[in-house]
Design a protein around this ligand. Structure first.
Ligand code: NAP
Ligand code: G4F
Length: 341
């Protein structure tokens, strides 16, 4: 059987890095879209580096941006992927209130640019859209594939648009396109400004005496936090089915930001209430109070089930932060992976 080819947008992000790892381990040739910046943004995939001059290198990176539809079309023509995992987005909810237009053009219209490139090239590839539990907003939990959306941020509005354009291209053009409606998933590779990483990092730093206080916003919000490496497996499973469909991926459990603080700080023997301070800058103009996913369809159709639940996730993330020796970041043994230009 010929080697399968995957294209991942957002390969430098949390999920993209775990997905690239998993697909390489399954024997895929993996192509990643990365945007050019004046500093390297590839720290999460540096360990996957393969010299692109080697003819059998299975990881290749290409410059491109979600705002640039013609580049995306050219790349699809060139790469001829069997599977496209569209993960790239302006993914921060709070930031989307500051940059609503940019969020719309990347997180929303970026999906159309990819789907339109697939339609125009006529490639028979399968397409995964990174949809989000944020789309449910203030709809009462538990949320499933049949729960109505009520988005509460420019980010969530953009994701609702992207969800529907994915379904539209499936219905209108028969493209094998699926929505994975993933609830929050975290890991030691989570961006540092998301609340779980912020808490785990602060707990370790405060325990080491490097920091005294942690400033946070709303502690009452409840989330269904799972473990990112398990969630990228669900993405892959969705693209292996014969009939494209949409799936919720979640643990089915709910914890508050307050609970996550308790797990991380207790793990390092501290009382969080002595260290956490309120900062209204971290509040959102409209909040999503309570997300809990019902992933029974994914379990039934895909055989997917989570193993790591939130308390263990908090321990994994805090231990990873404790293992980070400050100031001891060594340069990667291999050169940072960069596209060939
Ligand atoms: P992330 O860590 O923030 O990664 C986002 C990726 O998108 C990065 O590789 C980033 O590149 C890239 N990107 C952003 N703007 C771009 C642009 N204009 N052109 C090209 N690439 C661009 O996000 P994540 O947590 O891995 O999430 C992956 C996807 O799943 C996102 O679409 C997110 O909205 C969605 N999602 C995430 C969760 C979650 O809990 N993690 C839940 C539901 C859905 P740089 O490295 O250059 O910034
Ligand atoms: O960690 P968060 O920023 O994640 P949020 O808003 O739930 O979004 C994440 O999950 C979505 C899936 O539902 C993804 F689609 C999205 O891309 C992203 O990955 O905030 C979680 C909760 C919020 O209620 C927020 O108000 O934590 C609360 N929070 C309290 N203090 C804070 C803070 N969030 C952040 N980022 N920083 C704080 O200081």
């Amino acid at each position: 059987m010929s080697r399968r080819i995957a294209l991942i947008t957002g390969i430098t992000g949390q999920d993209g890095s775990y997905l690239a790892e998993m697909l390489l381990s399954k024997g895929y040739a993996v192509h990643g879209l990365i945007r050019r910046s004046s500093t390297f943004s590839t720290t999460r995939i540096d360990h996957l580096y393969q010299d692109p001059h080697e003819p059998d290198a299975r990881l290749r990176l290409h410059y491109g941006d979600l705002a640039d539809g013609s580049r995306i079309t050219t790349l699809l023509e060139q790469i001829q992927p069997d599977e496209v995992y569209h993960l790239a987005a302006q993914s921060h909810v709070r930031v989307s209130f500051d940059e609503p237009e940019f969020t719309g053009t990347t997180t929303g219209l970026g999906t159309t640019r990819l789907l339109e490139a697939i339609r125009m090239t006529g490639l028979p590839c399968r397409f995964y859209q990174a949809s989000s539990s944020e789309m449910y907003g203030i709809t009462a939990p538990p949320q499933s594939e049949t729960t109505p959306f009520h988005p509460r941020s420019p980010y969530a509005c953009a994701k609702v648009y992207a969800y529907w354009i994915t379904r539209n291209y499936r219905e209108a053009y028969g493209i094998h396109a699926v929505n994975g409606i993933l609830f929050n998933h975290e890991s030691p590779r989570r961006g540092e400004t998301f609340v779980t990483r912020k808490i785990a990092r602060a707990a370790a730093r405060i325990a080491r005496g490097e920091q005294q206080y942690l400033h946070l916003g709303n502690l009452e919000a409840r989330r269904d936090w799972g473990y990112a490496p398990e969630y990228v497996d669900a993405m892959w499973r969705m693209l292996q089915t014969d009939t494209p469909d949409d799936y919720v991926v979640a643990t089915g459990t709910s914890y508050s930001v307050r609970d996550f603080l308790t797990f991380c700080f207790a793990h390092v023997g501290l009382d969080w209430e002595r260290h956490v301070r309120f900062d209204e800058r971290y509040l959102r103009p409209s909040e999503v109070p309570d997300l809990v996913g019902d992933a029974s369809k994914a379990e039934r159709d895909l055989g997917w089930k989570p193993a790591v639940l939130t308390p263990e996730l908090a321990r994994i993330m805090t231990d990873a932060e404790l293992a980070e020796v400050p100031g001891a970041r060594t340069p990667a043994a291999a050169p940072a992976p960069q596209p060939q230009v």
